[in-house]
Design a protein around this ligand. Structure first.
Ligand code: BG6
Length: 486
């Protein structure tokens, strides 16, 4: 549905995220007539640019990152006309702020304004302070914080405290774009609208769960950010833990934002704490060396960083997690993410327990429910069935296969499209609440600390492989194998 008019201000407007994701997402929503032409998109960054110079950059970004069949000259022209630019030192209280404030001189106070901070998280507090000092934080203002919120628990708390001085919690939208993915939201539907699964969703029936987010790309010019972050901070602390929450949480009383987030928080707080001595038994880190991804020979991580660089940063991580609750007993949840793996795939594999007794001669494969979050979104349930033929009871695994792409012939909107519109609507259900972010940091922090105190090179893996051998050993200890080895 169409939305009241608004101003969407993006700090970090010349950056990769704005160009690659935010502007294309806003364009798509405009194209679908959700955004009125009276709305403004205001880019803010330090570079000195005119509106037209910034529109040129936006134009190029749209042509590069929007699929050709969605590009329409008239729409692009009208959309670019809604874009403005302010050259501002967001973190300083200097005169450059006039470039921003003058854009609001004639603005009515109750017009919705969203401030999206796509900058380094150290600047969030100061930018919010300046927004408030310039009188831009009105009743209908809200702020959107990109992940990562900090680099550990203390820094996350400090940022949350500082931003909290200027915006109340209900006006703070902490983005985790995995929550905007249709298939991630579909986990909620799968679990709570289908009693057939709901009744089996516990330690009695489930043997273990694997959550994987694999990528083929390397660090792609984001080396400076990534090398300070690594896979644990970049993917596990937020995206994979959020998916784990949706898989493991109790049914919320309703889909109201706080009900849902309370249940996710309980999962994060029920994660078995990892103490320093356990780290080496439950977490494996890896870094890719030169190798072949698809048909392409790609350089090692260290080569991508640049001449002569040394680094202990992990580009791969596998962790064994446990949710200590009545529902989950001792069910392991294996989390795994890495760059330069053989395929781009994000999925949840739920493996059910074996039959208590077999009357067949064939080895029975356990039932597995595979929820593919991306690409080729869909659900697969593997079942044992009789091989047709006269040779008696020979069994083999077969799949019940549902492709969402085929079942619903609509375009899958990018995660950011949904989330950006939610920030305008003021709907926080798909955003992380402060306590969730902090609980997630609390859980990962012992791993960060142990790695820091015992620097040692991460395990090597060849680009294009499924990570270091140690990841295989980690899961084999409980008698399991990763999905690709099943
Ligand atoms: C981002 C990470 O949050 O998620 C990136 O910073 C990663 O390193 C990306 O590539 C993966 O997102 P998606 O939607 O492609 O799975």
């Amino acid at each position: 549905s169409a939305i009241d008019t608004f101003d969407y201000v993006v700090f970090g407007a010349t950056g990769d995220l704005t160009m690659r994701k935010l502007l294309p997402a806003l364009y798509h929503r405009f194209r679908d007539k959700q955004i009125p032409e009276t709305a403004r998109v205001i880019g803010a960054a330090r570079s000195v640019l005119s509106d037209d110079e910034y529109r040129d950059r936006a134009d190029k970004a749209l042509r590069r990152f929007v699929k050709p069949d969605a590009l329409d000259e008239d729409l692009i022209h009208r959309f670019l006309g809604m874009i403005f630019y302010a050259s501002v030192n967001g973190a300083e209280a200097d005169s450059t702020w006039e470039n921003m404030t003058r854009l609001f001189d004639d603005s009515v106070a109750d017009k919705i304004r969203v401030f999206y901070l796509a900058t380094s998280p150290e600047l969030y507090g100061r930018i919010c302070g300046n927004l408030a000092a310039k009188g831009l934080v009105t009743e209908s203002a809200r702020v959107v914080l990109e992940k990562p919120i900090g680099h550990d628990l203390d820094s996350a708390r400090a940022i949350n405290d500082e931003v909290g001085q200027y915006f109340v919690e209900t006006k703070i939208f902490r983005i985790d774009h995995y929550l905007g993915k249709e298939t991630v939201q579909n986990l909620i539907a799968l679990r709570f609208a289908n009693p057939v699964f709901a009744r089996l969703w516990n330690a009695d029936a489930i043997d273990h769960v694997q959550i994987t987010a694999a990528e083929t790309v390397g660090v792609e010019g984001r080396g400076d950010y990534y090398d300070h972050s690594g896979a644990l901070r970049d993917m596990i602390q937020n995206h994979l833990l959020q998916v784990l929450c949706l898989v493991a949480m109790e049914p919320p009383g309703s889909l109201d934002a706080d009900n849902l987030r309370n249940e996710k928080l309980k999962v994060l707080r029920a994660l078995k704490p990892i103490n320093a001595a356990d780290v080496q038994h439950v977490a494996v880190r890896g870094q890719y060396g030169r190798g072949m991804v698809g048909k392409e020979i790609v350089p090692a991580y260290l080569e991508e960083l640049g001449e002569g660089r040394q680094s202990d940063t992990e580009t791969f991580i596998a962790i064994k997690a446990e949710v200590h609750s009545w529902r989950w007993g001792n069910v392991p949840f294996y989390l795994r993410s890495g760059k330069r793996l053989p395929n781009k795939v994000s999925e949840v594999v739920v493996q059910f327990r074996e039959t208590p007794w077999s009357i067949f001669n064939t080895k029975l494969e356990p039932n597995r429910l595979i929820i593919r979050l991306q690409p080729e979104e869909g659900i697969q349930l593997s079942i044992m069935s009789k091989d047709p033929g006269p040779d008696g009871m020979v069994l083999r695994p077969a799949n019940i296969d549902i492709s969402f792409e085929k079942a619903f012939a609509t375009r899958y909107p990018d995660a950011y499209e949904r989330l950006l519109m939610d920030t305008v609507r003021g709907d926080p259900v798909l955003f992380m609440r402060r306590d969730e972010v902090e609980a997630a940091w609390t859980w990962v922090e012992p791993i960060l600390k142990a790695w820091k105190e015992h620097p040692g090179t991460p395990h090597h893996y060849t680009a294009g492989s499924w990570g270091p051998d140690a990841a295989r050993t980690l899961i084999q200890e409980t008698g399991h194998v990763w999905h690709e080895d099943m």
